[in-house]
Ligand binder design. Structure first.
Ligand code: ADP
Length: 436
């Protein structure tokens, strides 16, 4: 019972966890998307702006001559350097915001021969050796370089190179990412907390509905028991008082009625057990007892029905076997399994029950030579209301509840149930209970 209640709580907890995960995931996804969109816009905007600046510097002319800006006194938003190099790498003209002896960029630029307007983004590492102490200390800079081919005065090809220092934008971008990361962490924590409490609230009506439905099932099946037993007794009374006077047709109707009432009582009883098991209202009375005489007695009660179907019912039992469990519930398991074995075995078949025990567990196996269960259906036969070959099972008066009840009882004893079956050959149900 404890086990079952745990499972039910697990179900709600699991759903709650799933909801929390989904909510959080959605929020994170939304934030990441937002960050990506903002970053792309930011980068696009900066790129366009810088590109435009570089282009206007590359194409600035005065009276048909290229304008070489004086960058010595430049401000941060101005160009970082400007060069015109001939095709041998010689400086035709140039200016730098931070003049460095040996102009290290020139060597690099000399290898770059643009065919049209070209742009590059490069990290510029300052050369410490030639550092001029009068100038502000140089640091690593991110340069946005642009170049275009020109024809020099002597008719030889040359190129104009201009660079802008975009380190500031890079740092802004870095900080932006950092802020996004902080917001993301903050939001994830907030989202987990928020979605957890939200999903908890969302679960309340579901939990209530689940409880109400269980209560309804328990009440309905409980209420149905009384009229059914009255019907049963009334049928007995009619049979006793007027049994002799009844026509053979009426007798047949009477026996059909009794059979149907019996089936209904069985189903209602099963429903009641399941409803109670769900609401955790069933207490298990765990005792140590000798299972062998009990099994002998239980098997005996099936002998009559087995006999009418010409089924040989055998039990292979040890002399004695002490187990621990709830006697009534274990009896229910044995009844459900024996009932099924006889129900789903054609005439002249065989049903065999065996008991076994080892230091860790004891087992009960019920084997029949019946119709068998298709392999793909085997895992589902323990589900509520699940029946293989539905029409046939209904003819047998089954509702598909027996095995789910058996499984619940076995689970509550921390045991296990397995089925081995082949269609047309028979089935074997093996139940294992730990030696508690
Ligand atoms: P039911 O009341 O229908 O027997 P159960 O839950 O006990 O419900 O069994 C579920 C289904 O599993 C049955 O409808 C039947 O199709 C199949 N089944 C159970 N036991 C056997 C068996 N021994 N041989 C063949 N089929 C079985």
């Amino acid at each position: 019972m404890k086990d079952k209640r745990m499972k039910k709580i697990d179900l709600f907890l699991q759903t709650q966890k799933k909801l929390t995960f989904t909510y959080t995931w959605l929020i994170v996804l939304f934030l990441v998307l937002f960050s990506v969109i903002v970053s792309v816009f930011f980068m696009g905007f900066v790129y366009q702006e810088q590109r435009q600046d570089i282009l206007s510097a590359l194409y600035a002319t005065e009276n048909g001559r290229v304008v070489v800006p004086d960058l010595a006194e430049s401000r941060s938003e101005d160009l970082y350097f400007f060069y015109i190099l001939n095709n041998r790498g010689g400086v035709v003209a140039g200016s730098e915001a931070f003049p460095t002896a040996g102009t290290p960029y020139v060597e690099q630029l000399a290898r770059w021969h643009p065919n049209r307007d070209e742009f590059r983004l490069e990290w510029n590492t300052p050369s410490r050796a030639h550092h001029d102490i009068r100038k502000p200390k140089e640091r690593e800079r991110l340069l946005f370089l642009g170049a275009r081919p020109v024809v020099a005065g002597d008719g030889r090809p040359a190129a104009i190179y201009a660079a802008k220092d975009v380190t500031f934008y890079f740092e802004v971008f870095q900080n932006l990412l950092l802020v996004f990361l902080f917001i993301l962490v903050f939001f994830v924590i907030a989202a987990v907390w928020l979605s957890y409490s939200m999903s908890k609230k969302a679960m309340i009506p579901i939990q209530q509905a689940y409880k109400q439905q269980q209560q309804f099932l328990a009440d309905a099946s409980h209420e149905l028991r009384t009229p059914l037993s009255i019907m049963n007794t009334s049928l007995d009374v009619i049979e006793m008082e007027n049994g002799e006077d009844l026509t053979s047709f009426s007798k047949e109707v009477m026996s059909d009625l009794k059979e149907e009432v019996g089936r209904m009582s069985g189903m209602v009883q099963h429903l009641l057990i399941l409803a109670r098991s769900d609401s955790g209202a069933v207490e298990f009375e765990m005792v140590s007892f000798d299972l062998v005489p009990k099994i002998r007695q239980w098997v005996q009660s099936f002998e009559a029905v087995a006999h009418t179907k010409h089924i040989s019912l055998q039990a292979e039992l040890p002399d004695q076997m002490t187990v621990r469990g709830d006697i009534e519930r274990i009896k229910q398991v044995v009844y459900i399994l024996l009932d099924n074995a006889i129900k789903y075995t054609p005439e002249d078949g065989k049903v065999e029950l065996t008991l076994g025990q080892n230091p860790t567990y004891w087992s009960l196996s019920i084997r029949d030579t019946g119709i068998g269960i298709p392999e793909d259906e085997q895992p589902r036969i323990f589900d509520r209301f699940y029946r293989v070959q539905k029409h046939r099972s209904r003819e047998e008066g089954s509702a598909g509840l027996g095995l789910s009840i058996a499984k619940w009882i076995i689970d509550s004893h921390q045991g296990s149930i397995e089925v081995e079956s082949a269609v047309g050959k028979g089935s074997r149900f093996i139940v294992k209970f730990p030696n508690l």
